[in-house]
Design a protein around this ligand. Structure first.
Ligand SMILES: [Zn+2]
Length: 84
């Protein structure tokens, strides 16, 4: 029963809500379906995913709050610029 899972309360699956600007589908994506790219400025910081409905590659700007949310949720982060 449930006792078997005691102590296995690790990470809760984080799910992010996203929408496709192309086919206007709304869906939920796990952290592994998202990718975050952090550029030198907020203008070059964005997250991307592939729409599960139509397969289009979606790219959206990511503000500070979204960056925090995504990194906290275990989304893969890519740094476009090294410091300096
Ligand atoms: Zn779509």
């Amino acid at each position: 029963m449930a006792v078997a899972f005691a102590g296995m309360k690790r990470a809760v699956d984080v799910v992010f809500r996203a929408g496709c600007p192309d086919c206007r589908a709304n869906f939920e994506l796990g952290a592994s379906a998202l990718r975050l790219a952090i550029g030198a400025t907020s203008n070059t910081t964005f997250y991307s995913f592939t729409c599960p409905e139509c397969g289009v590659a979606v790219r959206k700007p990511a503000g500070e709050r979204i960056v925090e949310l995504l990194t906290g949720g275990g989304v893969r982060t890519l740094r476009l610029h090294s410091a300096g």
